[in-house]
Ligand binder design. Structure first.
Ligand code: FES
Length: 107
């Protein structure tokens, strides 16, 4: 990781033709859920967003660090190691940091 990423994008696109690969068909949703949960639990200072297709469908599941590189051929087994690298590169939020004020949470 050359630059500190401020966002991680995870492709969850599904293509419905049998002969067209897609990140969703290869586990993109489970990978996105694992990153969302891991970043929240570890309070890593990075945004996680689901994304619809980077044009790297043949090489997916695809992840993109912003700024930074693509991570191609991602798998659930890679998530814990990547979370560790992101935590080292981005740091963690203080407890309560980034949480909306109570009056904005509704009742
Ligand atoms: S379906 Fe994920 S990059 Fe195209």
């Amino acid at each position: 990781m050359d630059q500190r990423p401020n966002k991680i994008l995870i492709c969850v696109n599904r293509r419905f033709k049998d002969d067209e690969p897609s990140c969703a068909a290869r586990g993109g949703f489970k990978i996105a859920e694992a990153f969302e949960k891991g970043v929240l639990e570890r309070r890593i200072d990075i945004a996680v967003e689901r994304f619809i297709c980077f044009g790297q469908c043949q090489k997916g599941p695809t992840i993109k660090l912003v700024p930074g590189n693509f991570i191609l051929g991602a798998s659930l087994d890679m998530v814990d190691g990547l979370l560790g690298k992101l935590e080292a590169a981005c740091g963690t939020k203080e407890p309560g940091e980034g949480v909306p004020p109570v009056h904005l949470l509704g009742s």
